[in-house]
Design a protein around this ligand. Structure first.
Ligand SMILES: [Zn+2]
Ligand SMILES: [Zn+2]
Length: 178
């Protein structure tokens, strides 16, 4: 887990250098993370983009545009599918931390760390769709025999027991007998 911790440091910059500057000073940092665990059950295949950090009188204003790739299971066929999510964060991180107005406010720690891991993980959870399709026309499983219909069709469709169809078929059979 050592490497994971090091990777996450890209999302946990020390912003001491910004806090020493006048309000309005800004700096853009690049983010380029390989496969990483951000939080419990929040894993990314990669995370990249940039964050613009601006010194303000209340702390540091973060304006970041990131893209995250996550693995999700297709709702229909349960196959693994990589989704790309756009993540935008515009947040004020208060400094000193004691100046935050409430427990839900973000803060820069006493020693100058601005930790975006939590906020980014939160955005990924918020933006993950409940329904994921590996492709728009995923056919999923046959409800009768369980065959993965993306890999091939089964015989169940022919034997569909739609009562109206059954009547027609019976009629057809009777006519062809004559
Ligand atoms: Zn699917
Ligand atoms: Zn079937």
């Amino acid at each position: 887990m050592m490497s994971n911790r090091n990777q996450l440091q890209e999302l946990q910059p020390n912003v001491g250098f910004l806090l020493r500057e006048a309000a309005g000073y800004s700096r853009v940092l690049q983010v380029n993370l390989p496969a990483t665990t951000l939080a419990d059950a929040v894993q990314v295949e990669w995370l990249r983009g940039q964050m613009k950090l601006t010194s303000t009188r209340q702390g540091v204003w973060v304006d970041s545009e990131l893209e995250a790739a996550i693995l999700a299971d297709c709702t229909r066929c349960l196959g693994a599918h990589t989704l790309t999510l756009a993540i935008q964060l515009q947040e004020l991180f208060y400094y000193p931390p004691s100046s935050a107005r409430g427990p839900s406010d973000y803060v820069v720690t006493e020693d100058g760390i601005l930790d975006l891991v939590g906020p980014v993980a939160e955005q990924i959870v918020l933006r993950s769709p409940l329904r994921v399709l590996c492709r728009p026309d995923c056919r999923g499983f046959c409800s009768q025999c369980g065959q993965n219909l993306n890999l091939g069709s089964c015989d169940c469709e022919d034997k569909a027991t739609d009562p109206r169809m059954a009547v027609l078929r019976e009629l057809q059979e009777r006519l062809s007998d004559e």
